[in-house]
Design a protein around this ligand. Structure first.
Ligand code: SF4
Length: 684
């Protein structure tokens, strides 16, 4: 409780989803006691329940880690910073000497600011000597990074949020549930619908926006490529393709044409289990609308054909000339507050900051020169390759900064076996997570309210994060910890402030060259690419010319998901988010009010299936896949199709990733969270 005159306000950015809402933290006696919406370019004074209530209570939670821990004989003991840092440097240096730098790896934190991510990947590359660095975009939007880069040249949302919600004719929403996963964007879409914008929702579930949609197409999970090819088949047949745009601005159209010829409405309707007339209506609506953005999310990416799904959406938008224009584009809604930034900062095994390629010798030379040390030229492993390599004993040492793969990655038993097989595991975290429990050394991290920095939201907007309170206990600024580790491992690194780190980022990253704290603190709103100080960056990508020159059509055939229902596991399970919680719920589950509404896992089952199995609302059920078994509660209704079920991944009780399938897409190594086969029985 507080009185208004007792609190000071600190303007910052919401730490949850990629919308990047601006908010004011209310501070009293070095505690954050509240949060209020501010007028940011992405949120315009709106906040959702997570930003309003879930953004601060966890900061002063009694569960916060407040000092380093070293595990001795299987038990964590409090340690000094000197002891912990010496041990970390000694162990990683020894493993490097014995097994080579590529036996080490690091997972960076897409919740942490750009500055932390930049220094983390620099530590891995310059001090550890490996490109084995990744972030959890791998398991959400790595398919967007790859798919959009291959087709358009830039792996990011093409248009700003306001541009695709305020004044558009129709929205094609594919595999995205923004009223729950990106609620402020969801609200803006709702407002647009109320003003007359048409919307076609392509989603297996009857999500909230499906109720308001002009058309809801409940495609079978995993059939996005067939759906997009079917749309393009109709557009071509109806003579609605933008021939001039295709000729002037793209390449590869003839190859695409050959592929999509066989995706007749009847064939696609059968594959996607939809109505062929609905597909025709959707195709004509999209092609004939003047301003029509595609907005998509993990329903497209988290498949064994995730990158192909993204490229198919690029194909579709290019075919009707809807990229590089206001109110159009291909727009992935990024999940975490700074997952865009973690990728931009080079926490990727094949990219230095600003997507400068590890495979390009000139880039290696550039960074070797800038950082004053010879660099490893070998493209590193993705996080989804590191874990199997750890299980096989090829990766020996892992530094995890703010990630919890024990909860977030598919096939938990496999993840646990991999992490347990490491010779040395360091976890830097806010809480003693399930992953941290397995570590040899745990370091306390600081939250977004305890440090300065920037987050980059889903629309490439770089926004300030400002320190509101002091770090808890003995916790230290994360970048200072990385500098200490670098120094101890023989790479000299001076302590830099967040603003100084941004200056270094700008000096080596052309797309950030015009970004600095003076501009941001003057209130300038900057979207990368921002090559110099003469502009506010780039609101809409690919205007006049694609980042890669010509837009590239990629001919793609539909491939079924890797595990489909059968007699033993007859239901197709989809996973996703719900409104009140955020990812592993490490932050939101520490907010009463939110946990009063929902604090336990559940499974959505279609009423018809539930009736057949004698399952009623609230019954406890056992859900099993080939990889494990969990118990949860049934939610019976019409939200999911018959033979399909849905679970969120927020809860340690009934951790759904004990069931999900650790198979990956070919380009981005993204796991197939959205489709696996399960069986369901009443728990009794
Ligand atoms: Fe935070 Fe996302 Fe909600 Fe905005 S929409 S308040 S960024 S969780």
């Amino acid at each position: 409780h507080y009185r208004s005159w007792e609190v000071s306000k600190v303007r910052t950015t919401c730490p949850h989803c990629g919308t990047g809402c601006q908010l004011d933290l209310l501070v009293k006696n070095d505690q954050v006691v509240g949060a209020l919406p501010a007028n940011g370019p992405a949120n315009k004074n709106l906040l959702c329940v997570k930003g309003r209530f879930g953004s601060y209570k966890f900061i002063s939670s009694g569960d916060r880690l407040t000092h380093p821990l070293i595990k001795r004989d299987g038990v964590f003991e409090k340690a000094s910073w000197e002891e912990a840092l010496d041990l970390i440097a000694e162990k990683f240096s020894l493993l490097k000497r014995q097994h080579g730098a590529d036996a080490l790896a690091g997972f960076s934190c897409s919740r942490a600011p750009n500055e932390d991510n930049y220094v983390f990947q620099k530590m891995m590359r310059a001090a550890f000597g490996t490109n084995n660095v990744d972030n959890c975009a791998r398991v959400c939007h790595s398919a967007s990074v790859h798919g959009l880069a291959m087709t358009l040249g830039s792996g990011a949302m093409t248009n700003p949020i306001a541009d695709i919600t305020e004044d558009v004719d129709m929205i094609l929403l594919v595999g995205s549930n923004p009223t729950e996963a990106h609620p402020v964007i969801g609200t803006q879409i709702r407002q647009a619908i109320n003003r007359g914008t048409k919307i076609v929702v392509v989603d297996p579930r009857k999500i909230d926006l499906a109720r308001q949609a002009d058309l809801h197409i409940p495609i079978k999970p995993g059939t996005n490529v067939a759906f997009a090819n079917g749309m393009m088949h109709i557009i071509l047949n109806e003579g609605l393709a933008d021939e001039e745009y295709i000729k002037q601005r793209t390449e590869g159209f003839e190859e695409l044409k050959a592929i999509i010829a066989r995706y007749t409405p009847e064939y696609v309707a059968k594959v996607c289990e939809i109505n062929a007339d609905d597909l025709k209506r959707a195709a004509v609506m999209y092609a004939t609308a003047k301003k029509a953005p595609i907005i998509y999310c993990l329903g497209v990416t988290e498949h064994s054909t995730g990158t192909e799904g993204v490229m198919s959406l690029s194909n579709l938008a290019m075919m009707v000339g809807k990229i590089g224009k206001s109110g159009c584009g291909v727009n992935p809604l990024r999940g975490q507050n700074n997952v865009q930034g973690a990728c931009d900062m080079g926490c990727l095994p094949d990219n230095f900051p600003g997507y400068q390629k590890v495979a390009n010798p000139a880039v290696i030379e550039k960074f070797s020169h800038a950082w004053g040390v010879p660099l490893n030229r070998k493209v590193g492993m993705t996080s989804t390759q590191v874990l199997p390599a750890a299980a096989e004993g090829k990766v020996k040492g892992l530094y995890i900064f703010g990630e919890d793969p024990m909860v977030t990655d598919p096939d938990t038993a496999h993840v646990k076996a991999a992490l347990s097989n490491l010779e040395f595991l360091v976890v830097q975290e806010l809480f003693l997570t399930e992953t941290a429990e397995l570590a040899d050394v745990v370091l306390p991290g600081v939250s977004y309210a305890e440090k300065d920095g920037t987050f980059t939201n889903t629309e490439r907007r770089v926004q300030r994060v400002r320190k509101a309170v002091e770090p808890r206990g003995e916790a230290r600024i994360d970048t200072d910890i990385f500098f200490d580790v670098m120094n101890r491992m023989g790479y000299p690194a001076a302590y830099l402030t967040a603003g100084e780190i941004m200056d270094e980022i700008a000096s080596v990253t052309p797309s950030f060259a015009g970004i600095n704290y003076e501009r941001l603190d003057r209130g300038e709103s900057l979207q990368w690419p921002c090559p110099d100080e003469s502009t506010n960056g780039t609101a809409i990508l690919h205007v006049g010319q694609f980042t890669r020159g010509l837009g590239k059509f990629m001919p793609i055939n539909y491939q079924p998901s890797r595990e489909l229902p059968d007699d033993d596991y007859p239901f197709l399970m989809v996973t996703g988010r719900m409104l009140y919680h955020y990812n592993t719920s490490a932050m939101t589950k520490r907010t009463e009010g939110i946990t009063d509404i929902c604090s336990e896992s559940y499974i959505e089952i279609n009423r018809r299936d539930a009736l057949k199995m004698g399952i009623r609302e609230g019954d406890r059920v056992t859900v099993a896949s080939r990889r494990g078994e969990i118990e949860t509660s049934a939610r019976v209704g019409e939200k999911v199709n018959p033979q399909e079920v849905f679970m969120t991944f927020h809860f340690a009780d009934g951790n759904v990733n004990k069931l999900t399938n650790a198979v990956y897409d070919e380009y981005a190594n993204i796991p197939e969270y959205k489709v696996c086969a399960v069986s369901i029985q009443r728990a009794d």
